[in-house]
Design a protein around this ligand. Structure first.
Ligand code: FAD
Length: 345
């Protein structure tokens, strides 16, 4: 049985480990510089996520396949794994930009998608639809994944590496190294993917237990969202900033976010205005963006005369939660020489 080491303990590394373990790989170790439960750091994206389960796959066939797999799995978890904290959540999406592909994909993917009649759209919006998907609390979901990893007998360890080859050397006898390092793929000396970019996202966590609908308004350079969590808090945002690398929440951006989300749904403060929010925290996280979208790719390398299989699974940008299970299945398929499988999840 091949020995597998997964570098990275974010949502991508953890779900990849679980899928491989349930589908015949018995010897798996996850290792990461940061692990779920650590103090927050801007080098580790997963704890900062919204996390809503929507899709940006539109016309990208690989992402469509991936998101379809993930959606089925989240549906199963709502019914069979309440501890995960994934909940059904109705949604409203408004767009200021004509985008027939996005609209068509929404109708195909989400349950009960209905177009909103043009005369009922807010000013400036060109199309909108109602749908149902899922939301969750990212920290709670990560804890649940770690508990599953441990239950499945997968080792999880702390360690920092400069290269994938160094991982293979450290875990003497490793046959397969899976690269789930997100932003780390910019720095690993034998990856150095210069197309990876940290995309800054500022959000505000507010307490608003009466809000039960996720809402989005997409414009040419602005994306406003409201994501209720199971615990009564709501993540509101956001920003998608490729240039600003400040790790500190900017109060002017916070004010702008609260103004935008209030316009999207005044019920957030019971109509009392954008100064009446019950703010829990202001947050800044960095998404592992990649110019050409996600990299899920197998390479066979020579490591000191021994064959080493490397599989990359990084670059999930703004959609690491929604695409985690599907991406893990794609890794499994690559390890099975590209054969499409009905994977156990
Ligand atoms: C504000 C914000 C909102 C978001 N909202 C959503 C949302 O609503 N829905 C959604 O699906 N996604 C959302 N995302 C995106 C999502 O959070 C990311 O796509 C996802 O967390 C990426 O996970 P990952 O496991 O690839 O990377 P990470 O979580 O960053 O994990 C990387 C792991 O690799 C380890 N590592 C890296 N380099 C090394 C090294 N050299 N040696 C050892 N270990 C290393 C790290 O320590 C860590 O364990 C959001 C992100 C942000 C910032």
């Amino acid at each position: 049985m091949p020995k597998v080491v997964i570098l990275g303990a974010g949502v991508i590394g953890l779900t990849t480990a679980i899928v491989l373990r349930k589908n015949g790989f018995d010897d798996i170790t996850i290792v990461g510089k940061y692990l779920p439960g650590d103090d927050l750091t801007h080098e580790f994206t997963s704890p900062w996520a919204g996390a809503s389960i929507v899709s940006f796959a539109f016309e990208n066939k690989l992402l469509q396949d991936i998101d379809l797999i993930s959606f089925q799995e989240f549906e199963r978890q709502v019914k069979e794994a309440p501890e995960a904290g994934v909940m059904h959540c109705p949604g409203v999406h408004y767009s200021e930009i004509e985008d027939p592909a996005a609209e068509a994909w929404a109708h195909k993917l989400y349950t009960n998608t209905t177009s909103i009649p043009k005369d009922q759209l807010p000013k400036g919006v060109v199309f909108g639809y109602k749908f149902q998907s899922f939301t969750m609390s990212a920290p709670r979901y990560l804890s649940w994944l770690v508990a599953n990893v441990q239950k499945l007998g997968i080792a999880i360890e702390r360690g920092t590496f400069e290269a994938l080859s160094q991982v293979a050397d450290h875990y003497d006898g490793a046959d397969i190294v899976i690269n789930c390092t997100g932003l780390g793929s910019l720095f690993l000396t034998d990856v150095q993917d210069k197309t990876v970019n940290a995309i800054r996202g500022q959000t505000v966590l507010v307490n608003a237990p009466h809000i039960k609908t996720q809402m989005y308004r997409e414009g040419p350079d602005v994306y406003t969202y409201i994501i209720p969590r199971p615990d009564g808090n709501v993540i509101v945002g956001g920003t998608l900033d490729y240039v600003n690398k400040s790790t500190v929440a900017d109060p002017a951006i916070t004010r702008d976010i609260l103004k935008r989300v209030y316009e999207l749904n005044p019920e957030l403060t019971h109509g009392k205005g954008p100064d009446a929010f019950n703010v829990v925290s202001q947050n800044v996280g960095f998404r592992p963006g990649r110019k050409d979208s996600v990299r899920i790719e197998k390479q066979v390398r020579d490591n000191h005369g021994k064959k080493l299989t490397v599989v990359h699974n990084y670059g999930h940008g703004a959609h690491g939660y929604q695409s985690c299970w599907g991406s893990a299945v794609k890794v499994l398929e690559l390890l099975n020489d590209g054969v499409q499988l009905k994977a156990k999840l």
